[in-house]
Write a protein that binds this ligand. Structure first.
Ligand code: NDP
Ligand code: 2IT
Length: 448
């Protein structure tokens, strides 16, 4: 659908013609530009200085070959990416995704989202993202290590504690960050906080592992509270069973909710007694196994093959925490039919544009990932601060700061929505509040 402003529409149409195959990137750009109409109309500098035309193009995109040797002695080749999207407010910052479906267009969508998310945290971080079409699933530790060493052997020349600070995302957890950090240190002969999500023995921050899932629940709690609701006694569906999902499950439970369903890419489990995040930690973090094995630990749970059915499980609160476009129009209709209170995004862009319209159109609460999942990168920012001052803060200190940041992000989104005439629209508020900070910095820095 055309964007209701000639300038915004022409920027979008130009991108759509140029990058037709990068559909996730175009989806992410369209979603932001649609909500910026009142902002562009109220500030002529944005068009005059072509801020929109500049912000949608990455400052730099690096694509490289990643050769590595598998356990059979065969040479494998993957593609590596780092998109350094915007450095107006701080060094590029954002995760690395290792999954077989990774493309340049996917990394560009994630990097673009990261610009606004990082701005919302109030910490000085620009936007970036990277990754590879290498999937650690089913690989041995030695294969993952050789891959990570090869990946970093190229990436190291482009990053640095004050230049670009990668972290984890899908397929990149503590193990991968460890191997990447070891290789960076060896190549540079320098110990710096060049990656976040590090282990606690070498500069990692307490609460970073939990941060995205906890942050999602802190944000959701603030949003629910503003609408006279809470997690107390509510049924919750959490999609995914990785880093974000596991700690969303823990925190939602601590806040009084009951998580009754979760999935991985093969299928979903349902347990009306509440899912035990500790069992999920054992299955996913220790054994790297499939969610179907949950029923062996907890016999009251049931396993269903395939993912889509999870959205038909009746619940009050839906927390998508797996991947992009996991909620389509049909799933959104099921959520609405279930009488849900709202959908609060833990993953990046989990709802298709049609799904968002259906959810918002039915009057449900809706928060976009760039606001509600910002706790991960915010805590990465806190890890950078601790590395710079050569100190480690306690779990309580980091967790307390995280909670404060998530509440302030909710307030910033609500305030921006109100100010631009869309009260209660947290989606528009997130885009506008994130955009304004970056745009002001770009205007101040001239044409660059
Ligand atoms: P993980 O790799 O730890 O977990 C990903 C989970 O999603 C796994 O359970 C995986 O299943 C599932 N999944 C992936 N693709 C699909 C699919 N197509 N259909 C169904 N399930 C799928 O990643 P994270 O938990 O770190 O990331 C989850 C989401 O949160 C991503 O969108 C990420 O960008 C976002 N995010 C992550 C942050 C972080 O700090 N880690 C911060 C902010 C956002 P399987 O095991 O079968 O692959
Ligand atoms: O999408 C995200 O915000 C992340 N994967 C976390 C990025 C980070 O730098 O901690």
């Amino acid at each position: 659908m055309a964007i209701n402003n000639a300038y915004l529409n022409s920027v979008y149409e130009d991108l759509a013609a140029r990058y037709a195959e990068q559909h996730e990137y175009l989806e992410a750009v369209n979603e932001v530009l649609e909500t910026l109409v009142p902002v562009v109309e109220s500030d002529p500098r944005l068009e005059k200085e072509n801020i929109i035309g500049r912000i949608v193009e990455p400052e730099r995109a690096i694509i490289f070959r990643v050769p590595w040797v598998d356990d059979q002695g065969k040479v494998q080749v993957n593609r590596g990416y780092r998109v350094q999207f915007n450095s107006a407010i701080g060094p590029y910052k954002g995760g690395l995704r290792f999954r077989d479906n990774v493309t340049l267009g996917m990394i560009k969508f994630l990097g673009f989202e990261q610009i606004f998310k990082n701005a919302l945290t109030t910490l000085p971080m620009g936007g970036g993202k990277g990754g590879s079409d290498f999937d650690p699933k089913g690989k041995s530790d030695a294969e993952v290590m050789r891959f990570c060493q090869s990946f970093m052997t190229e990436l190291f020349r482009h990053i640095g504690a004050d230049t670009d600070v990668p972290a984890g995302d899908q397929g990149v957890g503590a193990r991968e960050i460890g191997y990447l950090f070891g290789q960076y240190k060896r190549l540079k002969n320098e110990w710096t906080g060049v990656l976040t999500g590090k282990g606690l023995t070498y500069g990692g921050s307490l609460a970073r592992t939990e941060a995205t899932g906890y942050g999602l629940c802190y944000f959701t709690n603030a949003y629910l509270k503003a609408n006279g609701q809470s997690f107390e006694g509510k049924k919750v569906v959490v999609s995914g069973s990785g880093n974000v999902a596991i700690y969303a499950c823990q925190k939602a439970t601590q806040l009084g909710g009951k998580v009754i369903a979760m999935y991985d890419s093969n299928g979903y489990i349902v347990d009306e007694n509440g899912i035990d995040y500790k069992v999920m930690q054992v299955i996913k973090e220790q054994k790297r196994d499939r969610i179907s094995t949950y029923v062996n630990y907890v016999p009251t749970a049931k396993y269903y093959e395939g993912c889509k059915g999870i959205w038909t499980v009746p619940a009050d609160i839906y927390l998508p925490c797996a991947t992009q476009n996991e909620i389509d129009a049909e799933s959104a209709r099921a959520i609405v039919a279930n009488g849900a209170i709202g959908v609060f995004e833990g993953s990046n862009m989990p709802c298709t544009p049609e799904a968002i319209s259906i959810i918002k159109g039915a009057g449900l609460l809706y928060s976009p990932g760039k606001a509600s999942n910002a706790g991960g990168v915010a805590t990465s920012g806190l890890e950078m601060s601790q590395n710079s001052e050569r100190l480690s803060w306690s779990f309580e200190e980091v967790d307390g700061k995280l909670q404060g940041i998530m509440e302030s992000i909710y307030n910033a989104c609500a305030d921006a929505a109100e100010k631009y005439g869309m009260p209660g629209d947290i989606q528009a508020g997130a885009n506008i509040a994130g955009f304004l900070k970056v745009a002001e910095a770009m205007l101040a820095q001239g044409v660059c």
